[in-house]
Design a protein around this ligand. Structure first.
Ligand code: NAG
Ligand code: NAG
Ligand code: NAG
Ligand code: NAG
Length: 927
């Protein structure tokens, strides 16, 4: 009981300066710089320049992030987010030509060339409509220059067009406007001509394939034809194609039932048909084509067939002199899923097959196997018993004496991981599924949960009972003694050398190793250890989604149980947070709710609140914004928001009472017509408006973010008024502004907000901040004694800033210096501008992109709050807003301390006889 005032005193004594120990930067914090799921067509190995020996792995992910990864360690060499909003999925194109040092991306309506080695922008250009295809023109005509090859861009929209872009400068050489209302589909080139593939929708709803050929030098139409009438079978979904850079571009399609495959060599008018074999009567579910993206390789391609439980492939050869396609050989049917990749070495083409248990390589010319390796990291996962299958892959081979001497394969897995296998053994694994988190929560592990409960029992029983309980617990723990003794020498050494790795989840007395459970849009649950970066605890499939569907569940936790709310129609599921096992029984413990459960629904004219814990409750209250106002957001005060002190102690020992109501929320509305934003503090039980403000000339294109905690709130917005700027407004609610006065609540021991509604007094302050903020959060500690920091994500600089509350305090004196009492309280003179101190940036020098949620959770020790940010990148750290007063820093040297103690003891023992002799001498000396 004495501990709390002591800790409180410690908090006041310690200055709120550095958030972390300097040596903890990059140590207690972790950052996963992610790309997002790589896509099959936009992922490849490529040499960044002609004279470099090693290649990099390039990808444009499904989230529109283009980047290069070092295949040796999986680290990002460079990356750029192409999409405006990195949290939205986008399709894109990424191309590279052999021996060229740029890669060209197309995304949205922008085409950009990046230097392959370091990702600098070489040039970019915008098209009038969405980019539908980008190809590099390999042919050498009189326009072609010696340097970078030209680029073909096909765009759709109101005026669909093909453009030839100068590969050196990004300027347009010519443009061909596509007329006739057909859908632009693909652009390809032979050695002399450019072909535009268009889909022509017939009356019956099917597509015909229309081909327009253009002169490569001036872009004039030279021919136009529609492929034979059979092509009516094509629907947009069953068209498969192979782009321009291949030796002989083809277009292939099937009927909806996948019975016949038709292939046309682009530039010829005939098509070849092949029957699709039926293997044990299972319907083929997916067909894809693999071909080398090299003009000077053999014109061979592979068709990959998949059924629900097996896959196989056929290899075809194109005879360019006869313009004929022949089937060369088949790769046999294998159970389970598989992926194929294509590699080229000296014009020879190789196909690599990745299955759940092995990797095999064949030449495109014959079916003989040139290399076979056991694939690790795929197949049945021992932890979750889930079968991990390859989704797609790219490979790089080294050929010696007609055999594959080494192979590197980057495989996308069904777990959402991107893994590199060298000769079948995993080298690195990037958890790209984490770029797609739709909901996340902190949870405790079972071991910690047990310890917590035991400690709780001891804290709440009388001294004797607690002592007996503790003795029992220690006796129980004796069984771990032998194991502990065995590991003692190691721990001793680590402690001495300062290399201690802080232990794992089981012995986590500080509560740093909490479980971070994340639900991804792809239907998976992934758990991380908040204390050990780079550690994925478990990763499991939680739901099976239909193609193209995404999952937006809500994940919450009750101690060591995760609860997944799947929304309308979806079931509520419970999982064991420690190992991810599905729990059949509903969560055993009741949620520790502290107040009535209120649900909010948006109605046509506003917001309606209903109580969830009272059956058939009618509407509790209804909020109708003024005309044309739109509800922007509603942020309630967090459920577990402990407050240590009900008042603010002033410099002269008087108290200002905080307005502490658990049922408050901050509601923001915007009005597009008048460019205003209004903010209301609501009582969520009565619907009463406790405080409101309206801001005019608000730039509504910029984000508005808000937060409510304790008795204060904060929000940010951008004003277009003069001076234009980003504002942070902080408000604090008090029962009364007169010290030692509780206002109208003085006499009431308890009251109901439904009957009386005492109005709080609000103090607000407005600060100008250097950047717009898209997300606010606040640190949380176990008992709320530690002061708070406001966390802000700044999308323009990709940073997370941790602002001490003392800087934001609305009670800072305005236009005068603080009095002695105010100084004693730590208040400084109000200044309208807050510059972000470089030490406030939790991310340090790293750029954390695409954050849309910041979670905080208290550690077990009072000083520390855990922070976890997600959206695209993952960032986590620990923050000690009042300094880490209850933990020793990493630089605390146990060896030095022990040496000092031993030294002092030795000195004491050594010096004692001397001192004694001196004492005796002194007494016997006569002067
Ligand atoms: C980005 O897109 C996501 C999903 O559509 C949306 O929830 C989010 O608010 C958007 N962010 C911005 C800054 O527009
Ligand atoms: C293409 O066909 C011709 C005639 O049948 C044949 O002589 C030639 O070898 C074939 N070319 C290839 C690459 O198979
Ligand atoms: C979760 O799993 C752990 C380890 O297997 C076990 O000790 C714990 O009791 C489980 N928790 C629940 C709630 O089932
Ligand atoms: C406090 O609330 C309880 C329960 O509603 C009521 O019985 C009691 O009389 C109240 N006390 C005072 C002092 O109003």
């Amino acid at each position: 009981m004495m501990r709390i005032p002591l800790i409180a005193a410690a908090c006041l004594l310690l200055k709120t300066t550095s958030a972390v120990f300097a040596d903890e930067a990059y140590n207690v914090d972790y950052h996963y710089a992610l790309l997002g799921q790589p896509q099959q067509d936009t992922t490849f190995f490529h040499r960044p320049s002609t004279n470099s020996k090693a290649s990099l792995l390039y990808t444009l992910s499904e989230k529109g992030v283009v980047g290069a990864v070092n295949p040796r360690d999986g680290e990002i060499v460079w990356r750029h987010a192409l999409a405006q909003n990195v949290t939205e999925r986008s399709n894109g194109f990424l191309r590279a030509a052999d021996g060229q040092d740029v890669v060209v991306s197309g995304s949205g309506s922008r085409v950009a060339a990046w230097t392959a080695a370091d990702g600098r922008l070489a040039w970019d250009m915008n098209t009038d409509g969405p980019v539908e295809d980008v190809e590099i023109l390999e042919l050498s005509d009189k326009l072609a220059s010696a340097g970078n090859k030209d680029v073909l861009v096909l765009s759709s929209g109101d005026s669909p067009a093909v453009q030839r872009i100068d590969g050196a400068s990004g300027t347009k050489r010519w443009q061909f406007k596509v007329e006739g209302g057909d859908l632009p589909y693909q652009v390809s080139a032979s050695s002399t001509e450019v072909f535009v593939i268009l889909l022509h929708k017939t009356m019956l709803g099917y597509y015909k394939i229309r081909v327009v050929s253009l002169d490569s030098v001036d872009g004039h139409k030279t021919d136009e034809y529609t492929l034979s009438s059979d092509s009516e079978l094509a629907t947009a979904e069953t068209i498969l194609s192979v782009g321009a850079n291949s030796a002989s571009p083809i277009i292939a399609w099937t009927d909806a039932a996948y019975t016949t495959l038709k292939v046309n060599i682009i530039g010829t008018k005939s098509t070849s048909s092949f029957n699709i074999e039926k293997h044990d009567d299972r319907a083929v579910e997916k067909i894809s084509i693999q071909a080398p993206y090299h003009t000077n390789s053999l014109a061979h391609f592979l068709v990959h067939y998949e059924t629900a439980n097996s896959h196989w492939a056929d290899v075809f050869h194109i005879n360019l002199s006869k313009n004929k396609i022949e089937k060369a050989y088949s790769l046999p049917k294998v159970a389970g899923k598989g992926a194929f990749s294509t590699s080229v070495s000296d014009a020879n083409v190789y196909f690599t097959r990745i299955t759940e248990d092995e990797i095999t390589t064949t030449s495109s010319s014959s079916h003989g196997i040139l290399g076979r390796w056991k694939a690790q990291g795929l197949g049945i996962d021992s932890g979750t018993s889930e079968v991990i299958t390859p989704t797609h892959a790219v490979s790089e081979l080294s050929i010696k004496n007609d055999a594959v001497s080494a192979i590197r394969t980057a495989v996308s897995l069904s777990t959402g991981d991107w893994m590199l296998l060298r000769d079948g053994s995993p080298v690195w694994n990037r958890p790209e599924a984490l770029a797609d988190i739709s909901s996340a929560t902190f949870a405790t592990s079972s071991a910690i949960e047990e310890l917590e409960q035991e400690l709780e029992v001891e804290a709440h029983s009388n001294a004797v009972a607690a002592y007996v309980h503790r003795m029992k617990r220690h006796i129980e723990e004796l069984k771990y003694l032998p194991r502990m003794l065995m590991s003692l020498p190691q721990r001793f050494m680590r402690g001495f050398l300062g290399t201690s790795s802080e232990g794992g989840m089981a012995k986590d007395a500080f509560g740093f190793h909490q479980i971070l459970a994340c639900a991804t849009a792809s239907g998976r649950l992934i758990a991380l250890d908040a204390g050990s970066p780079d550690r994925v605890l478990w990763n499991r499939q939680a739901t099976t989604l239909q193609a193209g569907k995404t999952w937006r569940p809500q994940l919450t936790s009750q101690a060591d149980v995760l609860i997944l709310h799947q929304g309308q129609g979806g079931q509520q599921l419970a999982f064991n947070a420690t190992n991810g096992h599905l729990l059949l029984a509903p969560p055993p413990r009741e949620a520790a709710t502290t107040g009535p459960n209120v649900q909010y629904t948006m109605t046509d004219d506003g917001l309606e609140a209903k109580r969830l814990d009272v059956e058939n409750a009618g509407s509790l209250w209804h909020f109708t914004p003024s005309s044309q106002d739109r509800i922007h957001s509603l942020v309630p005060r967090p459920v577990n928001d402990p407050v240590a002190n009900i008042g603010k102690v002033l410099g002269d020992r008087r108290v200002l009472y905080k307005y502490l109501n658990p049922n408050v929320a901050l509601l923001a509305t915007t009005n597009d017509a008048s460019k205003t934003a209004s903010v209301y503090v609501l009582d969520t039980l009565s619907g009463a408006i406790l405080h409101s403000t309206t801001h005019t000339s608000v730039d509504l294109a910029d984000p508005i973010s808000s937060i409510m905690s304790e008795n204060w709130f904060a929000y940010t917005l951008t004003t277009s008024a003069d001076p234009r700027g980003h504002l942070l407004i902080v408000g604090e609610l008090f029962e009364s502004l007169i010290p030692n006065d509780r206002g109208s609540l003085q006499s009431a021991a308890n009251f109901s907000t439904l009957e009386t509604s005492p109005e709080p007094f609000a103090l607000t302050a407005t600060y100008q901040i250097p950047e717009s903020v898209s997300k606010l959060a606040v640190t949380r500690t176990k008992q709320g004694i530690t002061s708070r920091h406001l966390l802000a994500y700044t999308p323009a600089s990709d940073g997370i800033v941790s602002i001490p509350y003392s800087i934001l305090d609305p009670r800072r004196p305005v236009n005068r210096d603080p009095t002695k009492d105010e100084l004693a309280e730590g208040l400084v003179r109000y200044a309208p501008v807050i510059e972000f101190d470089p030490r406030w940036y939790l991310n340090h020098a790293r750029s954390v992109i695409g954050i849309n949620e910041v979670l905080t959770s208290p550690a077990f020790i009072e000083s520390t709050s855990l922070v976890f940010a997600y959206g695209h990148d993952i960032f986590g750290t620990r923050v000690g807003p009042s300094g880490s007063f209850d933990v020793l820093g990493r630089d605390f040297n146990k060896f030095q301390m022990l040496a000092t103690v031993v030294g002092l003891a030795a000195a004491t023992v050594g010096v004692a006889p001397l001192v004694m002799r001196k004492g005796v001498d002194a007494r016997w000396r006569f002067t």
